[in-house]
Design a protein around this ligand. Sequence first.
Ligand SMILES: [Zn+2]
Length: 323
Amino acid sequence: MYYVGVDIGGTNVKAGIIDETGKIVVKSSIPTDSDKDYKKITGDVAAQIRALADSAKIDWQEVAGVGIGCPGIITSETGVIDYTCNLGWRGVPLAAEFTARLDKPAFVSNDANVAALGEAMFGTGKDYRDVIFITLGTGVGGGVIIDNKLFEGYLSKGAELGHMVINVDGELCGCGRRGCMEAYCSATALIRDTKRAMQADKESAMWQYVGGDPEKVDGKTAFSCSKKGDGKTRNRRLHKISPRRFVEFCKYLPSAGDNSRRRSVRPGRLSCKARSEICGRAHLRRRPCSAYAYSHRHAGQRRGTCGSGVAGHEQIKGVKKAH
Ligand SMILES: [Zn+2]
């Protein structure tokens, strides 16, 4: 059998068809409709999925169902998007919409949750029962797998690890609270801190890199400048030419990851491998930039589509959630 995975983002919607082993047989990406009209988006994506099945010569009868990952607050039992700020949706019956268009059962959950499922079943965490997954991008998302089952919590918000406070009265977060992990470890936070640092030191490499224009700063700026310190003096030069906050970013990231592990998973049950590669303190302290790139690459690409398909796969096979 095959399963359809759909990863809905504010910029693009990625869709793919996976097989029983989690391999993405065929995939595509289409821009999210500029009006964010969910009926238009689901119509476009459904047409794309059928075209994908045709191109891969997959008999539609062999497609068992559809799994969808979407940012925001979601009631997965009913398949309704309660609210997603990225798309401005409220009360959108997304699963029912896909079922109507594709004539297959559909399951929807938070995008970080389904990405966690993909990583847990077919990625770094495949040999372990308990996995913490952290997505690093514009914001910080999280997924928790306990005893091989997805933990969603109340209104699928139980694994919103990005809004765990790691510094009381710290930086203001987009959620309105202060000191959340997202306020320190997201690309948004890094851009904010890069701007602050370069404006405070106009002799800095960052200032020169963007020609003194803060609008040109992105999530890569501090990393690109730090690369100039490659070699034996890398760490010393990284501290010298990068903003103080960039170094703090590298400090907060592993701490927050380890915090998630300690609070969310029974002690000793999280895999060592997953811990060291996804959120391990020792690993990240040693190679913070590589770890960031690793996490970002997985979170933003393969695992979303694959994980969505896996979510549909799990739902269809009747696997129960942890809570
Ligand atoms: Zn927050």
